[in-house]
Design a protein around this ligand. Structure first.
Ligand code: PMP
Length: 370
């Protein structure tokens, strides 16, 4: 569905929401469920909001197939808040945690965690980030409180695929901020799975945290109550005022995912979309260049340079300018890496991806001299 005046928005997050969801929000903005108020005007302790909250939790459980021994929490503070909340909640009597650093976000997570636990990196990260080093060479430890990884590095376009890292008998902690519900997820070996909603699942402000029950209740004494998994579970995420508008938005997005056929259908579409763009990159004789190891290419954030491995600034600027003229926005790569980044989150349609593909083909014809 293309709505008049709307751009094709390839932003990395906050990102595009399905038009169906935005229209539903518009329709319900003044009068939700005949209650005469908007959701964001309702008490978070009202019966009606409770129904919405519990339905949202059930939808996550159903769509992601979350096992019964996990709790689903709605928190605030973003993925960044969880960088601290994780060691605060999981340290227990352990001395250290192991971190897999494959990009900017796992690096930030490790830096933040150091304030609350001793951090050991399972390998020495090397820049530029383009791959996940071979697991046989990792050095880690069964004594760690947990083994942390970022399931999708948004800045570089590196995704753990098709499986999570080997856990070596410690709980895995996964940051799924940028591939939340982009594909079916296997909770095996996981202790905590978390992410902000603002890419695939809704609006900024809501952080979804899925925690294995046996890990709850070991938090450090200094843990702020709003970051305490135990406190949040005891109060069904209503310890304090939750991001009610964010929960509502996610509720609608989850219903949209369900109507699309669930995570397997969404995944197949995401493979098609990203495959289309990677296909053009790979067939361009190096005109388009994606540095990421093919085994770990992200289906969410396709990052590439134009005019060679280090990019040609002039060509990249021209490409972005032409994209804007063709109604496409937010294709500029993260400022730390440059180049182009097309974020193909769930709400981006195949048709929208095709508009980008057409522009890439046209641009290559104009400028590829190879
Ligand atoms: N992890 C990943 C993989 C991210 O992409 C981001 C945000 N782009 C974060 C964590 C931080 O999330 P927030 O801004 O919600 O704190």
């Amino acid at each position: 569905m293309a709505l008049e005046g709307r751009k094709i928005n390839f932003a990395a997050g906050p990102a595009k929401l399905p038009e169906e969801v935005l229209l539903k929000m518009q329709e319900e903005q003044l009068n939700f469920n005949n209650l005469g108020v908007s959701v964001i005007e309702m008490s978070h302790r009202s019966k009606e909001f409770g129904v919405l909250l519990n339905e949202t939790i059930s939808l996550i459980r159903e769509l992601m197939n979350v096992p019964d021994n996990f709790e689903i929490l709605f928190m605030q503070g973003g993925g960044t808040g969880q960088f601290a909340a994780i060691p605060l909640n999981l340290k227990g009597s352990h001395d250290h945690a192991d971190y897999i650093v494959t990009g900017a976000w796992s690096s930030k997570a490790a830096d933040e965690a150091q304030k609350y636990i001793k951090v050991k990196k399972v390998f020495q990260p090397s820049k530029p980030y383009v791959t996940v080093p071979d697991q046989e060479k990792w050095v880690h430890d069964e004594k760690a409180a947990y083994l942390y990884y970022c399931a999708n590095e948004t800045v570089h376009g590196i995704e753990f695929t098709p499986t999570a890292p080997e856990s070596h008998n410690v709980p895995l902690v996964a940051d799924v901020s940028s591939n939340f519900m982009a594909r079916p997820f296997d909770f095996k070996d996981h202790g905590v799975v978390f992410g902000g909603a603002q890419k695939n699942l809704g609006a900024a402000g809501l952080t979804i945290v899925i925690v294995r029950k046996d890990l709850i209740g070991k938090e450090q004494g200094i843990t702020p109550s709003v970051f305490s998994y135990k406190e949040m579970i005891a109060n069904n995420s209503l310890y304090n005022t939750p991001p009610t508008g964010g929960i509502y938005t996610t509720n609608l997005v989850l219903k949209w995912i369900k109507a699309k056929g669930g995570l397997q259908a969404i995944y197949e579409l995401n493979l098609k979309k990203s495959g289309l763009i990677y296909g053009i990159i790979d067939n361009s004789n190096g005109f388009y260049h994606c540095a990421v190891d093919k085994r770990y290419r992200s289906i969410m954030n396709v990052c590439f340079r134009i005019g060679g491995p280090s990019g040609n600034d002039e060509l990249e600027e021209k490409f972005l300018k032409g994209a804007i003229e063709r109604n496409m926005i937010s294709l500029k790569g993260h400022r730390s890496v440059g180049g182009i980044r097309a974020s193909l989150y769930n709400a981006i349609t195949l048709e929208e991806t095709q508009v980008l593909a057409t522009w890439m083909n046209e641009f290559e014809k104009q400028h590829n001299t190879n």
